[in-house]
Ligand binder design. Structure first.
Ligand SMILES: Nc1ncnc2c1ncn2[C@@H]1O[C@H](COP(=O)(O)OP(=O)(O)OP(=O)(O)O)[C@@H](O)[C@H]1O
Ligand SMILES: [Mg+2]
Length: 343
């Protein structure tokens, strides 16, 4: 075991991760092409922090999450968890590590076994971390239920007896039962009523403070991002196109796609810069990804000829702010001297 001082500041780093799926058509289901679901995505998550992963439906957020969990093999790139490159770890080596990376899904009902009581669901997780003795398991179950704000009486009951918000609390308790360091939350509140959403978000925030958890928080909801996330990664067509601290991203969004996402949120109360002229509030219909250049250029209100061949290099625009758009102002490093564009 590494000491605290030796532990890397990043719990998770993903570098150039890729995944394509075959597109099959017709009666014979012939492969007619491939969809690049994740196409060289890179991101980093600090220990005890929350990284928001945002982007429209189908941009590859869940595929990226499944690859981080190693539920889906990647076609390329690296995954570093707690400083170790786990990209090529075989299943046997991954098994103990799976306890340290957990996921909370959007649909808690679909992910909870309806034939198991809450007590049984939690006992299953506890067994994998060696809590087998009945009284110890019962004590731990009670502690977990308390942590997520459920009564100890819940142990005897079944998932269908709970409301959506309560079921999500059970899903969170189940994730916590194995003592994770990183919890991937894949749209954990989008199926819930707005008032319940706030309760679950507050619960996640509270659990982070108490247990030092790190979250990769996947969401469509930029209001939630502003409230919960320390950093934000904006994903478009399988790639991260902008990454910054949440406050900075809202105040100084630079990728035209980020502007488009922000413009689609009418009631966000976090201060931010006005969108540049011409940025559409609604996203137009998806078109085929361009074979070359910036992936967003066919939809970009600020697109120029150069965008058709731009190879989407990162541009560093601030100490902790980077963007894949050549039009963004390159950071001068704070000292007046121009910093080179990153490769
Ligand atoms: N198993 C699969 N087989 C084929 N295509 C897939 C598979 N899983 C995902 N895809 C495709 O990969 C792309 C990314 O899907 P993904 O579910 O990761 O998007 P997402 O960002 O999570 O979307 P949403 O916000 O709707 O959950 C989509 O085009 C999707 O259709
Ligand atoms: Mg998804």
């Amino acid at each position: 075991m590494s000491t605290d001082a030796a532990r890397p500041a990043e719990i998770l780093r993903v570098e150039g991760l890729k995944k394509s799926f075959p597109v099959r058509r017709g009666f014979l289901q012939r492969t007619t092409g491939h969809v690049r679901a994740v196409d060289g995505a890179s991101l980093a998550l600090g220990r005890g922090k929350t990284l928001g992963l945002v982007g429209e439906s189908g941009c590859g957020k869940s595929t990226l999450a499944r690859m981080i969990l190693k539920l889906l093999p990647s076609d390329g790139g690296r995954i570093l968890f707690d400083g170790s490159d786990i990209s090529d770890w075989p299943e046997a080596r991954m098994k103990p590590l799976r306890r340290r990376i957990q996921i909370v899904f959007q649909d808690p009902y679909g992910s909870l076994n309806p034939r198991m009581s809450v007590g049984q669901i939690l006992a299953e997780g506890l067994r994998t971390v060696g809590v087998r003795e009945r009284r110890a398991a019962s004590r731990e179950t009670e502690r977990l239920l308390g942590l997520v704000g459920l009564s100890a009486r819940a142990v005897e009951r079944y998932p269908h007896e709970f409301s959506g918000g309560q079921r999500q609390r059970i899903g969170i308790a189940r994730a916590l039962s194995v003592g994770p360091a990183l919890v991937i939350c894949d749209e954990p509140v989008s199926a819930l009523d707005v008032s319940i959403q706030a309760q679950i978000i507050n619960l996640l925030k509270d659990l982070q403070d108490r247990l030092g958890l790190s979250y990769l928080f996947i969401t469509h909801d930029l209001n939630v991002v502003g409230y919960l996330c320390h950093r934000v990664a904006v994903m478009y067509r399988g790639r991260i196109v902008e990454e910054a601290d949440a406050e900075e991203l809202f105040a100084n969004p630079l990728h035209p796609y980020t502007h488009t996402l922000l413009a689609a949120v009418p009631d966000i109360d976090t201060p931010r810069a006005p969108a540049p002229q011409g940025a559409p509030a609604d996203l137009p219909e998806e078109r085929a990804a361009p074979a070359e250049g910036c992936r967003f250029h066919p939809r970009c209100p600020q697109g120029e000829t150069r965008c058709r061949s731009y190879d989407e290099q990162w541009v560093r625009v601030g100490e902790d702010h980077r963007v894949r758009c050549w039009k963004a102002p390159v950071w001068d490093g704070g000292g007046g001297g121009k910093k080179p564009v990153e490769t």
